[in-house]
Design a protein around this ligand. Structure first.
Ligand SMILES: *[C@@H]1O[C@H](CO)[C@@H](O)[C@H](O)[C@H]1NC(C)=O
Ligand SMILES: *[C@@H]1O[C@H](CO)[C@@H](O)[C@H](O)[C@H]1NC(C)=O
Ligand SMILES: *[C@@H]1O[C@H](CO)[C@@H](O)[C@H](O)[C@H]1NC(C)=O
Ligand SMILES: *[C@@H]1O[C@H](CO)[C@@H](O)[C@H](O)[C@H]1NC(C)=O
Ligand SMILES: *[C@@H]1O[C@H](CO)[C@@H](O)[C@H](O)[C@H]1NC(C)=O
Ligand SMILES: *[C@@H]1O[C@H](CO)[C@@H](O)[C@H](O)[C@H]1NC(C)=O
Ligand SMILES: *[C@@H]1O[C@H](CO)[C@@H](O)[C@H](O)[C@H]1NC(C)=O
Ligand SMILES: *[C@@H]1O[C@H](CO)[C@@H](O)[C@H](O)[C@H]1NC(C)=O
Ligand SMILES: *[C@@H]1O[C@H](CO)[C@@H](O)[C@H](O)[C@H]1NC(C)=O
Length: 337
């Protein structure tokens, strides 16, 4: 109520003043038209400057932000204790409305699921443009600068069903037709499939040498499904083998190059047969004949050198592999005592 009253009184008092103000303004404009022209020109220059120095970088940044990065494949090859060859096949999609060149830049990769995780790898990204569809394939040796961070990434990659990686760097964009380059941040988040503890690994074609109580006495083919887009050059991998919570010996896979999808690889083991048979006597193994083995990484050797980041991953958690021991030994089940 009091507010509207106040407004009314303002208009009553303001009306005559407004009219004389208007007249004064017209006179002023007639006399000082040149001043208005100068002000208009200044404003135009300011707007143009704002567009070029604020607007264009913002448009450049928003185009970089909107670009979609898709990763088709990652290879980690020639693994050595402190380096590896990294290859990435990827594509970048944009709406294609702005033509621009983007400088090559150094991008760092972070495990985004862990707060403030340090970068685990540094890659050189090539020059690109803002075209609608482009292929970005990278192949370069990478030095392990931060082993702890790279171990942390490998452990997450081995254990988790999926994980999010942040790729980040600073680069420059040059829109077509402009001579200036503008700073932009390139930051992308990519959720990738992890190895999910290689669940579902099966052993087929198993052969046991019952008379060999020590040394290699078990051979077979492991069928390992790699649910990720990564190819990993692991080398010779040795696992400790547990049956019914007891260490029953080592299992080895030589020259393991884990590719996406199904891998069929030879395995060999030296197993404590007494230990395996006593695990077979326990329920439910004696009902089904299947012994659930747990595998824990003990050693990863590639060309005579231990690979600490892969070993950290494979020794961080047990993988479970069910093996039908009764079938291998030709025993009838159930055989519970
Ligand atoms: C990239 O694609 C090429 C050609 O299809 C293929 O040979 C290479 O293994 C791929 N690399 C990765 C990292 O997926
Ligand atoms: C880049 O990777 C794609 C697969 O993502 C492949 O088709 C293409 O052949 C590769 N190009 C080169 C030059 O390796
Ligand atoms: C990621 O993994 C979690 C379980 O760890 C699962 O609940 C979720 O659905 C997965 N997300 C995707 C996109 O696969
Ligand atoms: C089983 O092991 C024994 C003792 O090591 C060996 O003499 C024998 O040749 C092996 N049998 C087979 C089929 O490998
Ligand atoms: C199992 O492998 C580890 C590491 O290679 C080795 O130290 C150990 O002696 C092996 N154990 C058996 C019983 O072969
Ligand atoms: C796997 O083992 C079989 C039989 O021992 C052998 O013929 C074959 O060459 C082996 N494969 C590899 C990749 O080592
Ligand atoms: C094999 O396992 C049995 C019981 O599981 C144990 O008594 C024996 O000492 C083990 N043998 C070796 C060589 O570790
Ligand atoms: C794996 O071990 C075998 C036998 O010791 C060796 O000949 C081979 O070079 C090793 N492979 C790798 C990748 O180190
Ligand atoms: C793996 O399983 C064995 C046997 O159950 C257990 O002693 C060991 O602590 C487990 N290791 C990890 C890292 O979970």
């Amino acid at each position: 109520m009091s507010d509207s009253k106040h407004e009314v009184s303002q208009t009553e008092n303001g009306a005559p003043i407004k009219r004389s103000k208007k007249r004064a303004c017209i006179n002023h404009c007639k006399r000082f038209w040149w001043l208005h022209l100068i002000i208009f020109c200044c404003i135009t220059v300011l707007v143009v400057c704002l567009v070029i120095f604020v607007g264009v970088p913002n448009i450049g940044q928003s185009k970089v932000n909107a670009a979609k990065l898709e990763i088709q494949g990652v290879n980690v090859l020639e693994s050595k204790p402190d380096s590896y060859l990294m290859q990435i096949n990827s594509t970048i999609e944009t709406d294609g409305t702005v033509h621009a060149d983007i400088d090559p830049f150094e991008g760092k990769m972070y495990l985004d699921d862990v707060e403030n995780a340090p970068a685990f790898a540094t890659l050189q990204f090539p020059a690109t443009n803002a075209d609608k569809h482009q292929t970005v394939n990278i192949s370069q040796p990478v030095k392990v600068d931060d082993l702890a961070a790279f171990k942390q990434f490998n452990i997450a990659f081995f254990q988790q069903q999926n994980l999010t990686v942040k790729i980040s760097g600073k680069t420059k964009i040059q829109p077509a037709g402009l001579s200036r380059k503008y700073d932009v941040d390139f930051t992308k988040y990519q959720t990738i499939n992890g190895l999910n503890l290689l669940k579902g690994t099966k052993v087929t074609n198993a052969k046991v040498n019952l008379t060999a109580l020590t040394g290699e006495n078990f051979k077979g083919i492991a069928e390992i499904t790699n649910p990720s887009h990564f190819t990993l050059d692991l080398g010779n991998v040795t696992f400790a083998n547990f049956a019914a919570e007891r260490n029953v010996g080592n299992l080895t896979i030589n020259n393991l190059l884990l590719v996406p999808g199904l891998n069929r690889v030879n395995i060999s083991a030296s197993l404590n047969q007494t230990g395996v048979l006593s695990a077979l006597n326990l329920k439910p193994a004696c009902e089904t004949g299947v012994v659930p083995f747990k595998l824990l990484g003990l050693d990863v050797q590639n060309n005579g050198q231990q690979i600490p980041y892969f070993l950290a991953a494979l020794s961080s958690a047990n993988q479970t592999v069910d093996i039908n021991i009764a079938e291998i030994l030709g025993l009838t089940v159930p055989a519970c005592h």
